[in-house]
Design a protein around this ligand. Structure first.
Ligand code: ADP
Ligand code: MG
Length: 354
């Protein structure tokens, strides 16, 4: 038993996590279609994908909240398929705050320790330490219903961490919060996670959030992982059109594919991902790979938005094709202004064009 051993919260060592060909069916519906994922100790992986692709199911399977139909789940090399939830050494935070509203922050955090029969004095000390870790030491006595959404999620995080788990699972923990709090709290989660060294799987449907916080991002689609890589790898070298379009903004530009290259607006571009048959395609071109230049394809400005250091401008080509172009904020363009475009020439993913 570790309940009475007094190790500081900062000495948690993250576990390895390995999902191998995991299948989960709900009736006739396949929620996980052979999903495989390996995580290093202390690694922060974001599981990113559209609603319904199986993210929550993957997390619940790993936590032991769902039985799987096939495949293996290992934590520190030990098969945990038959290990119950409370013995998997996992902490979880959900989208909804899921705190007891009539209990104080302190009592909410103590709850898991009470279940484990940790003596009262140690319970109090550890809960206080855990609340301190998430920056809420001063609000320990507040009832959950007296806290803001962001504060409630901090309490939920403190509660998940107080048992000193070696794996942390977060299921869209920020999606109920407003934009500014979301960004603050995701940075806070990352800081605490790094400090503790706890292996973390963070589920989100928000690609910007995933790229911002994770060491690696696993892009999920229809119960499978389509690609896993660092944020940079996914953004610059998407292996499939789905990943190219889901991660970051892209423009669909008609082009002709021939002999492994695609010609778009008169520029020949290399292909990313697996080779494709020759023919008509859409090339998926990032806004920053289209340049406003002194000569090139004529276009007209139809909208522009200021993004701080950058500006994103919508333009319309003579054939009606609309594109997003990204450029320095200092270059300011009027609506209706005539511009010319060229391509930087970076490699692109393509999808067939009907
Ligand atoms: P995500 O979290 O990515 O939005 P989920 O893992 O919740 O996706 O769901 C994956 C698929 O499994 C969806 O089609 C969903 O409708 C289905 N599903 C999830 N939970 C259940 C359940 N308890 N019973 C039946 N179908 C479910
Ligand atoms: Mg979900």
């Amino acid at each position: 038993m570790t309940t009475t051993v007094d190790t500081p919260a900062t000495t948690v060592r993250g576990a390895t996590v390995e999902l191998s060909s995991v299948v989960k069916n709900y009736g006739g519906q396949r929620a996980l279609d052979g999903i495989s994922l390996s995580m290093r100790p202390g690694e922060f992986v974001a599981l990113l994908g559209p609603s319904g692709c199986g993210k929550t199911t993957a997390l619940r399977a790993l936590a032991g909240l769902e039985q799987v139909d096939a495949g293996s789940i290992r934590i520190d090399e030990k098969d945990v398929v038959d290990v119950p939830v409370n013995r998997r050494d996992i902490g979880m935070v959900f989208q909804s705050y899921s705190l007891f509203p009539h209990l104080s922050a302190q009592d909410n955090v103590e709850f898991g320790l009470r279940m484990r029969r940790v003596p009262a004095a140690e319970r109090r000390r550890r809960a206080a330490e855990s609340l301190e870790l998430v920056g809420l030491g001063h609000l320990a006595g507040r009832y959950a219903h007296q806290l803001s959404g962001g504060q409630q999620q901090r309490v939920a995080l403190a509660r998940a961490l107080v048992t000193r788990p070696r794996v942390l699972l977060l299921d869209e923990p920020l999606s109920a919060l407003d934009a500014k709090v979301r960004v603050q709290l995701r940075e806070e989660i990352r800081r605490i996670q790094t400090e503790l060294g706890i292996t973390t799987l963070f589920v989100t449907h928000d690609q910007e959030e995933a790229l911002a916080v994770a060491d690696r991002v696993a892009v999920m689609r229809e119960g499978r992982i389509e690609q896993i890589g660092t944020p940079e790898e996914l953004y610059t070298s998407p292996e499939t059109p789905f990943v190219a379009e889901f991660v970051g903004l892209t423009n669909r530009m008609p082009g002709q594919l021939r002999a492994g290259g695609v010609t778009v607006l008169g520029t020949e571009l290399q292909l990313l991902g697996t080779p494709q048959p020759d023919g008509a395609v859409f090339a998926l071109v990032r806004p920053e790979d289209i340049v406003l230049s002194a000569f090139g394809t004529p276009a007209m400005v139809i909208g522009t938005s200021f993004l701080g250091s950058l500006r994103r401008t919508r333009v319309s080509l003579e054939d009606g094709l609309e594109l997003s172009v990204q450029h320095e904020a200092g270059v300011s363009l009027a609506l209706g202004e005539r511009v010319q475009l060229s391509l930087r020439g970076r490699a692109v993913a393509v999808i067939p064009r009907p």
